[in-house]
Design a protein around this ligand. Structure first.
Ligand code: SF4
Ligand code: SF4
Length: 476
């Protein structure tokens, strides 16, 4: 009996009887031994994965004006994004950003399916790096299957140890970089080198590193299949014009192996080699149609193209296509749903950019003295006391002048200028004084407007409202 081809040692095909689903509510995970695919889409993915991973690892190393350029400073509740610093008062911008991100997902998913999952999702990025390490240390698909099924040998131990060592090194690099976004990376590393990390820092680095190690090393496609909500609702965004990955059933069926006798007479172009399934990171068979488990990595396209080249058929049996193009209909790129998503997205980006350009990095909070509503000075004046909190949300230090926009009959007692360092808050006590008014028996409160203006930039000006209280009829 001829030996079974190595590529057929393990089949990832679903159970054709469906019996397993009748007897068990929870399917045991079937380990996927992914075969490496080569082709233009995998080259494109390699470039995007390296660019994105490199960007993630490099960003915390850059400084700007003496601080880490991108730094999510949770204790101070400030988010530094290079030239911008967002305070809790800027929460609206974060909300806008999240809405823009959600709208982008809607737009691009409707346009071209799961582009995000296949090319940019961190889950995809790091899992791919882990797979490369696996291929490097344990070999290709068949070698890994043989290694897993074989007895424990020195070679198996060494390869396994090397794989886990490299996985842990990468997990640590990613984990500490991730923590570095919240705790400046350079000082974090110098404290690590001198064994001076705090307990919180040690826990944060360990949790982030181990999360990646277990996720990309062991969980892999299960996160996409069972934990990611996007996989479940992305189908609702697809329409018949969405560009996604299809198997051309018309061309491929009936599938079957070629033999020398009839040279595949009566068969379609699919030679049923199973390679498209073997390269699939989620272990599905694209020939069964579009499935929510498909993350759009295009490995099956590249793999099938290679097979088509070998058997002398034209490429594209598995390809990016739309339901309309497969049915021979005209492809509509611009359609009402896409135009609506695109319009909303454009408006939101323009509004966000405009809002950001008009943002004044200065804020004024006014606190009235709660201990006494008013007091009478030795000169017989009615006096109210306030604390002005001037927040310099800019990247530079500024001196500010405090003034009154109205209420000319009030006298302001305040420092001539107040110097506030970049990113700091100054609490300035100020007083307003007025002559007691014998004639106005009814009016006990009047609106006052404080102004704060930077000395060096006219646009750095804010106003704040409060009330001036005085006794009725000048009585004290
Ligand atoms: S790789 Fe292509 S030819 Fe081979 S089974 Fe898949 S669709 Fe058929
Ligand atoms: S079916 Fe193809 S595109 Fe989808 S996940 Fe599998 S290999 Fe990637």
């Amino acid at each position: 009996m001829p030996a079974m081809p190595a590529s057929k040692i393990e089949s990832s095909a679903p159970d054709p009887t469906g019996f397993a689903s009748d007897v068990a509510l929870y399917a045991k995970r079937r380990k996927i031994y992914q075969r490496e695919a080569h082709g233009k889409f995998q080259q494109l993915r390699t470039v995007t994965l390296f660019v994105l991973a490199g960007f993630f690892l490099a960003v915390p190393w850059f400084n700007w004006h003496g601080r880490q350029a991108v730094w999510f400073d949770l204790p101070q509740r400030k988010f530094h994004l290079v030239v911008l610093t967002f305070w809790p008062q800027d929460f609206i911008y974060l909300s806008w950003l999240l809405i823009i991100a959600a709208m982008s997902l809607l737009f691009f998913t409707t346009l071209a399916g799961r582009l995000w999952c296949g090319y940019a999702c961190p889950q995809t990025v790091w899992t791919k790096f882990y797979m490369w390490i696996e291929w490097l240390t344990e070999g290709d698909r068949n070698a890994r299957i043989r290694l897993d099924r074989g007895p424990w040998t020195r070679d198996k131990l060494v390869r396994g140890a090397a794989k886990h060592f490299l996985w842990l090194v990468l997990a640590f690099a990613v984990g500490i970089s991730f923590v570095g976004y919240f705790d400046p990376l350079r000082s974090l590393l110098s404290r690590l080198a001198t064994l001076q990390l705090t307990v919180t820092e040690m826990i944060a680095v360990a949790v982030a590193s181990l999360a990646l190690y277990f996720d990309a090393g062991f969980m892999r496609e299960q996160i996409c299949l069972y934990a990611c909500p996007y996989a479940r609702f992305q189908g609702a965004m697809f329409d018949t014009s969405t560009l996604t990955i299809f198997y051309d059933r018309e061309r491929g069926e009936p599938r079957g192996h070629r033999n020398r006798k009839d040279a595949g007479k009566g068969l379609g172009d699919c030679v049923d080699c199973h390679v498209c399934v073997d390269v699939c990171p989620t272990g599905i068979d694209i020939r069964n149609g579009t499935q929510y488990q498909c993350i759009g990595c295009a490995a099956c396209i590249d793999a099938c193209d290679e097979v088509m080249d070998k058997v002398g058929s034209s490429r594209g049996l598995v390809r990016y296509a739309t339901e309309e193009s497969l049915a021979g209909k005209e492809v509509r790129i611009l359609r009402p749903r896409l135009i609506a998503y695109g319009s909303v997205l454009t408006i939101m980006i323009v509004a966000f950019t405009y809002g950001l350009s008009q943002r004044i990095p200065l804020r004024l909070d006014i606190l009235r003295d709660r201990a006494r509503v008013f007091r009478v000075t030795s000169e017989g004046l009615i006096e109210n006391v306030y604390t002005l909190k001037i927040m310099n949300m800019d990247e530079q230090d500024h001196s500010y002048r405090i003034g009154l926009a109205d209420g000319h009959e009030l006298r302001l007692v305040a420092p001539a200028t107040v110097f506030v360092q970049a990113g700091q808050i100054a609490a300035v006590p100020v007083r307003l004084q007025a002559e007691p008014d014998e004639h106005e028996h009814e009016r006990r409160a009047r609106q006052v407007t404080f102004t704060v203006q930077a000395d060096d930039q006219a646009r750095l000006a804010v106003r704040g409202e409060s009330r001036f209280l005085m006794p009725a009829g000048g009585s004290t």
